[in-house]
Design a protein. Structure first.
Length: 143
């Protein structure tokens, strides 16, 4: 009898944890949706592609296909949901969603693509310089 009670309680606890995780995942998805995460992510990847293609090293490469295969939306969507739902409590996600639905939150969402594009351009330029430096160092070492 004790085993039956224990297994029943364990099953109920596991179902409760699964439901809680599911609720948090749903909230993470809602947060991504109201912040236009897919659009922003696609802008970020496209900006990287555009910036890298300006560089001689990537001029005749299929960098866009490669980046979409390794960091495109379809590849990153579930990891983003997992990270968000494991990083925030249900209450925090609810409050973030409430904030993003406010005037300031909507303004943040509206401006995010422009801000992201500018930040990615800065990062891309810095990465290109780092790649050139790394390439030059490797050439020196191979002599």
């Amino acid at each position: 009898m004790n085993k039956v009670v224990f297994l029943t309680l364990l099953l109920l606890a596991l179902m409760s944890v699964q439901s809680y995780a599911s609720d948090k995942q749903s909230l993470a998805i809602e947060l991504l949706e109201i912040t236009n995460a897919k659009k922003n992510h696609e802008i970020v990847v496209k900006t990287y592609v555009d910036n890298f293609q300006k560089s001689q090293e990537f001029k005749n490469t299929n960098i866009e296909k490669l980046l979409n295969e390794v960091v495109g939306w379809e590849v990153m969507k579930q990891p983003m949901i997992d990270v968000i739902s494991s990083s925030y409590t249900e209450h925090e996600l609810e409050e973030l969603i409430k904030f993003m639905k406010s005037d300031v939150g909507r303004s943040f969402t509206k401006k995010s693509p422009i801000v992201n594009k500018q930040l990615v351009t800065i990062v891309s330029d810095n990465l290109k310089r780092a790649f050139v430096k790394l390439r030059d160092e490797q050439k020196l070492q191979s002599k």
